[in-house]
Design a protein around this ligand. Structure first.
Ligand SMILES: Nc1ncnc2c1ncn2[C@@H]1O[C@H](COP(=O)(O)OP(=O)(O)OP(=O)(O)O)[C@@H](O)[C@H]1O
Ligand SMILES: [Mg+2]
Length: 290
């Protein structure tokens, strides 16, 4: 079974307006978004992101890249409703975000699995905590299907401490996809996965979102992963993170059906994004610009 064979049915119709057709309307709109944290021990405030204005269309695949600590996780946490903005607005499907909702699913950077729950029980969680209109039989079928999809069949009854890092990450991916959300917010979802499996999962994800028209915001430190997956790559500057440049990636899809990395346009894009990221990464390493 592959991701292509799954049939998404979007969630709870009363939670958000009917999604617009792919590519025609903005689904996620952030305007002048500034987000930070109160550092209680040091009695100061840290601005993580400053003045981010970005509009993401339905079915679009947007990838965020930038140095460690530039606010990428903070950005998708704000969209998912886990962190409140200091300034600016966030709208999803035309509604102001006031908290988490079943239209948005997260793959967390640190997996965020419940250690006392088995693989199967972790993946089942969205159905317990969100008001999804899905029958018990359909839930059982989807849980089985998504466990198979991330290649964890046989590990249903295992606990997180019995899994490798890559396996835990795959549980997190299955848990985000199982509710078949309108919007997928994925925080370095393939970072702990070995190179071969990672490429296979990138390819499956590309096919999956092409079929489902899910809107995706995806974070990675890999420029190759960014270019092979993205419609647009958003390069974020070092803290406080601001949009340094938005790079359109107009390479033909599906990109895993041919050797996209051999195209001269790919090589140019890679070089361009690498130069953008390098300056910021150097500043990050030196701890400048606080
Ligand atoms: N809960 C928190 N409380 C206080 N500061 C935080 C919190 N979460 C993040 N920060 C700070 O906000 C800044 C941005 O963090 P964030 O996790 O968004 O960065 P990132 O771009 O995702 O980095 P990485 O690539 O390392 O994952 C960092 O300086 C971090 O220390
Ligand atoms: Mg992060």
């Amino acid at each position: 079974m592959t991701l292509m064979e799954t049939t998404p049915q979007n969630v709870a119709p009363d939670q958000s307006p009917a999604p617009a057709p792919a590519g025609t309307a903005p689904v996620i709109v952030t305007e002048g978004l500034t987000v930070g944290y109160k550092l209680h021990r040091e009695r100061k405030r840290l601005t993580a992101l400053r003045d981010i204005s970005l509009s993401v269309n339905r079915g679009e695949f947007v990838v965020l890249v930038g140095p460690s600590g530039c606010g990428k996780t903070t950005y998708i946490n704000a969209i998912s409703g886990l962190v409140d903005p200091w300034e600016g607005t966030i709208e999803v499907n035309g509604r102001q975000v006031t908290g988490p909702g079943p239209d948005r699913a997260m793959v967390f950077q640190d997996y965020a699995l419940m250690p006392w729950r088995t693989v199967e029980s972790n993946i089942r969680m969205p159905f317990e905590f969100q008001n999804l209109q899905v029958s018990k039989d359909e839930i059982d079928e989807r849980v089985r299907r998504y466990i198979e999809l991330v290649d964890l069949t046989g590990f249903e009854k295992s606990y997180p401490y019995e899994l490798s890092g890559g396996m835990k990450q795959r549980v997190g991916i299955a848990r985000a996809l199982v509710s078949e959300p309108d919007i997928l917010l994925a925080d370095e979802p393939f970072a702990a996965i070995d190179a071969m499996t990672r490429e296979a999962m990138q390819s499956e994800l590309e096919r999956f979102v092409a079929k489902t028209h899910q809107t995706v915001i995806f974070i990675t430190h890999s420029i190759d992963e960014a270019i092979t997956l993205a419609d647009r790559v958003v390069v974020i500057s070092f803290r406080p993170g601001q949009i340094k440049e938005i790079v359109d990636v107009n390479l033909p899809r599906p990109r895993f059906d041919y050797d996209v990395k051999m195209l001269p346009e790919y090589v140019e894009l890679r070089d361009h994004i690498w130069r953008l990221v390098k300056d910021e990464a150097l500043q990050s390493a030196r701890g400048e610009k606080r």
